[in-house]
Design a protein around this ligand. Structure first.
Ligand SMILES: [Zn+2]
Length: 278
């Protein structure tokens, strides 16, 4: 990517009527640059509609990402459930590709009673198949396991770096609120943010580690188990988001920033402005 594009997780709230096409136009009108298609309950865009979405996003110069289904566990005890989970991920990738999109993120797995090694192995096996299915259908989008918000889920930064290194079309989606929630709030200052960016650069090189990013950034409420829910910037006064914007600027990061704050575009604009002024 040529720069960092800021956008919303879903259609901006001020869009009227609130549909995908109008949402993309609204993103551009607001001065934002990306939008995440929320396929979290179902795929909301038909095969027939996708080319139209693609055309609008190109005309408006809005980058599209997607969030795959919440009903995915690539480490489910039952193989049939793992396979069905993979199909949901591939379906999201396929639709996003038809819409001309860039990257699809997924909460890939719950750890359940599996050992660390078994979770890794199960998720890897399903990702290998997913990547092959995408290749067979000429689907060309990034598949991104997202950093886990809860300790019960697979996906620390270190795990996801190691995991993604085994593939060409897989990179982690870094959700900074999840990382903060699963480090008991530690990852919340400039040095900690830089450490993550350093790890990504070491793991993948500058071009893939820092110039093809898919990030989630918002406030978060967390406890013993990790993430409870997302918060707006205003609701999360302890969050040093300015430090994160400065780190992203200093490292000249590029890609898409999806803001999943409850107020969507309000915080997306606030973060974008903060980034530009950093
Ligand atoms: Zn997510």
């Amino acid at each position: 990517m040529d720069k960092l594009y800021f956008g919303t997780g879903g259609i901006p709230l001020s869009t009227e009527p609130r549909n995908t096409e109008n949402g993309i136009v609204k993103i551009n009108e607001l001065g934002l640059g990306s939008m995440e298609l929320e396929f979290v309950r179902n795929i909301t865009i038909s095969k027939e509609k996708a080319p139209q979405i693609k055309k609008i996003s190109e005309d408006e110069n809005v980058k599209l990402t997607a969030h795959a289904s919440y009903f995915i566990n690539l480490n489910a005890a039952d193989l049939e459930k793992r396979n069905a989970s993979r199909s949901r991920l591939v379906a999201a990738a396929k639709t996003l590709h038809a819409c001309g999109g860039y990257s699809v993120c997924v909460h890939s797995a719950y750890r359940l009673d599996s050992s660390k090694e078994d979770v890794f192995k199960n998720v890897k096996e399903q990702f290998e198949k997913a990547i092959q299915e995408c290749k067979d259908e000429k689907i060309n989008v990034w598949l991104r396991p997202e950093t886990a918000g809860k300790y019960a889920q697979f996906g620390t930064i270190d795990e996801l770096i190691e995991f993604s290194q085994g593939f060409d079309r897989v990179l982690p989606c870094i959700d900074f609120s999840h990382v903060r929630a699963t480090t008991d709030g530690r990852v919340n200052n400039y040095d900690e943010y830089c450490k993550i960016l350093d790890k990504l650069e070491t793991g993948f090189g500058r071009k893939l580690g820092l110039e093809e990013m898919h990030l989630h950034i918002q406030g978060v409420n967390f406890g013993d188990k990790g993430e409870k829910n997302h918060l707006t910037i205003e609701e999360d006064p302890k969050w040093n988001y300015g430090d994160l914007m400065k780190a992203l600027k200093d490292y000249d990061c590029k890609g898409c920033v999806t803001v999943e704050s409850p107020n969507l575009e309000t915080d997306a604009l606030l973060l974008k402005n903060c980034y530009e002024e950093s």
